[in-house]
Write a protein that binds this ligand. Structure first.
Ligand SMILES: [Zn+2]
Ligand SMILES: [Zn+2]
Length: 125
């Protein structure tokens, strides 16, 4: 699976007990529906390193879901709790893309709340 941001091959990684994919280049994470639910209950915020968020301009660029071919554009979900956090969520497979730095930003407002927001958004819309 390739990074939706820079098209590099992503590598499997773990966020606490949750399996995710991470891009070695931009350090973004890809998480899928079931993993999101698990992450909500098991997240260990100490695992997340500080990274600088991409610029607003980079965040605002449309991304295609890495899971759903050929080109399913993901929805932008701006966190209501932190306006610097802009998640990309796929309406089809309910995967969520977090840019490098977003996990840290989300940590400060509660990762569970942020991810629940994202999932609720794509399910209801
Ligand atoms: Zn990348
Ligand atoms: Zn998808």
């Amino acid at each position: 699976m390739h990074c939706p941001r820079c098209d590099k091959e992503m590598a499997p990684t773990r966020l606490d007990e949750v399996e995710a994919a991470q891009c070695p280049h931009c350090e973004g994470h890809w998480l899928e529906g079931e993993d999101l639910k698990l992450l909500e209950s098991t997240v260990n915020v100490r695992l997340f390193e500080w990274r600088t968020l991409p610029s607003e301009e980079v965040q605002a660029r449309e991304l295609a879901c890495p899971r759903c071919p050929p080109r399913q554009v993901m929805k932008k979900v701006r966190s209501e709790r932190d306006r610097h956090v802009l998640l990309d969520a796929c309406e089809r497979c309910h995967g969520v893309w977090l840019d490098g730095g977003e996990l840290r930003a989300i940590q400060e407002m509660g990762i569970a709340a942020a991810l629940v927001d994202a999932v609720r958004f794509i399910m209801n819309d």
